[in-house]
Design a binder for this molecule. Structure first.
Ligand SMILES: Cc1cc2nc3c(=O)[nH]c(=O)nc-3n(C[C@H](O)[C@H](O)[C@H](O)COP(=O)(O)OP(=O)(O)OC[C@H]3O[C@@H](n4cnc5c(N)ncnc54)[C@H](O)[C@@H]3O)c2cc1C
Length: 474
């Protein structure tokens, strides 16, 4: 009997498996690979299933920046921070909606996980120390030298291969087989040529991210983003949530998501929000500002999409461009011609094809707020923000859905909980497959919440899955 395409759950009685392992991981993004490394280190025989030909996931599309507090990387950079402040920042941004116990747990282990990746697997993290991300009370974003998720994925994949863990590519997990007690006995896998395999396991880690690539789920759960550009990995089809529903698992905050209001159009390249936090602003096609950009990039997606043609311009200057240039994405945007540069606002405005005088007037207003250290009508406070100076720069942008933040409810050991709150026997979830710490709204997303739960819950799920699988009698 072959495997069907759609995510399903079936009984394992009478089913034979072609191969078996202790810990099976579905999804080879940051969460899955970190879980695999940790489980293998604990002595488990681990196998990773990945639907793509080469593991990339949303992780490779990201800037690869992971927030963590009280790390040695911060100490080396002379940055004072505390886990309590980090947890408070997450709670504040999520309007108090995030689950406090989960927040404390992921904040507690994030730094340990990064230092472990550095020490045991050679990932050379450092802290971004030249600007503060909105909503963070300290400089705590950690990244690899190129500040790119592609480098993070490359380094994780090499670490996994070095550890002797097998990643089975071109393997889409479709059916979870469970026994009468609710224990997952194995997984059915579909190959691109229609062939199928069944792999038995003692513990299963769902690390297949969220449902941003599933149009129907997005329309049902996040209607305001139903027509938006999806900028995440297309393989994130919501399989974890669909399996969870069939297993009686609890899910939460399915309307929560990360948007981004600064994706270069039509190039489709992320323009770092440092362009805003360092003193830039956004105007619509009429040359007028339309929101408090400083609230954050996530909620700005919907406000940009609400503008004419769902477009806006991010306006900044050469000083800010120099800061943004540390990001590979920004350098690519410049190489692709997405960044317009001009010696005067008038010249820039003409190249942007804005109504004559509109940009100059808007920029003059912003300059005045900066001089006065005042708060504008949208509620943005400009105190301490350096004035823009020639040469000026602008990028035409649109808003996009990056990834979903709702998902399966897990406990502090990354065990998936059933609707009645009890943990399922041997099912774990990490990263975008699990409910994150952003609450139910786009505005609840604090920069880095995505990779925070991928890294921290991946680290935890790896340890728990090995413990469950290696328990006598498992
Ligand atoms: C453009 C962009 C920029 C971002 N920047 C940041 C940032 O700087 N900091 C931050 O914290 N977060 C950022 N994020 C969010 C971050 O990328 C995600 O939260 C994180 O990568 C999720 O990791 P993951 O391992 O859960 O999922 P992924 O990396 O998406 O990995 C999931 C994997 O599962 C595979 N898969 C799915 N279903 C199946 C199946 N049925 N069978 C087999 N395999 C399957 C997929 O192919 C994929 O490879 C960004 C996201 C985007 C899109």
């Amino acid at each position: 009997m072959g495997e069907k395409m759609a995510a399903a759950v079936a009984l394992s009685s009478g089913v034979s498996f072609d191969a078996a392992c202790d810990v099976l991981v579905i999804g080879a993004g940051a969460a899955g690979l970190i879980a695999a490394l940790r489980a293998a280190e604990a002595g488990a025989d681990v196998l990773v299933l990945e639907r793509d030909a080469v593991p990339r996931g949303s992780t490779a599309l990201s800037a690869g920046l992971v927030p963590a507090a009280q790390t040695r990387f911060q100490r080396e950079a002379g940055i004072a921070d505390s886990k309590a402040d980090f947890a408070a920042d997450i709670m504040a941004k999520s309007h108090g909606e995030a689950d406090r116990a989960t927040v404390d747990r992921v904040v507690d282990v994030a730094g340990t996980a990064l230092e472990w990746l550095a020490d045991n697997h050679g990932l050379g993290f450092s802290v971004i120390d030249n600007f503060t991300y909105p909503g963070h009370s300290a400089r705590r974003m950690h990244g690899l030298p190129s500040r790119s998720g592609a480098e993070l994925m490359d380094r994780l994949r090499v670490a996994v291969e070095t550890a002797g863990i097998v990643i089975v590519n071109h393997a889409t997990a479709t059916t979870l087989y469970k026994d009468d007690s609710g224990r997952i006995a194995g997984v059915g896998v579909l190959r691109p040529d229609g062939g199928s395999d069944r792999i038995g396991c003692k513990a299963l880690v769902l690390a297949c991210n969220g449902y941003g690539g599933n149009r129907a789920l997005v329309a049902a759960e996040i209607p305001e983003m139903a027509g938006a550009l999806y900028f995440g990995h297309p393989g994130n089809q919501g399989d974890a949530v669909l399996w969870g529903r069939a297993l009686g698992a609890a899910s939460r905050h399915l309307s929560g998501h990360q948007g981004h209001g600064s994706v270069a159009h039509p190039h489709g390249i992320l323009i770092t929000w440092a362009t805003i936090t360092e003193g830039g602003f956004q105007v619509n096609l009429d040359g007028n500002r339309f929101a408090n950009e400083a609230l954050g990039y996530s909620e700005s997606a919907a406000t940009v999409i609400a503008q004419r043609e769902a477009l806006a311009w991010t306006v900044f200057d050469a000083r800010i461009a120099a800061i943004a240039r540390q990001f590979e994405d920004f350098r690519q945007a410049e190489a692709a011609g997405a960044v317009l540069v001009a010696d005067s606002l008038g010249e820039l405005s003409a190249r942007m094809r804005l109504p004559a005088g509109a940009l100059e007037e808007t920029a003059a207003g912003v300059a005045q707020f900066k001089r006065d250290g005042a708060t504008d009508a949208f509620g943005r406070n400009w105190a301490g923000s350096a004035p823009l100076a020639a040469p000026f720069a602008a990028v035409k942008v649109t808003g996009a859905l990056f990834h979903t933040q709702g998902g399966l409810v897990v406990d502090g050991a990354a065990r998936v909980l059933s609707d009645d709150g009890a943990p399922l026997p041997n099912l774990l979830a990490a990263g975008g497959a699990a409910c994150g710490v952003s609450g139910a709204q786009a505005s609840g997303y604090l920069s880095g919440n995505g990779l925070l739960t991928a890294v921290a819950l991946g680290f935890i799920a790896g340890a728990t899955s090995a413990e469950v699988a290696l328990r006598p009698g498992a």
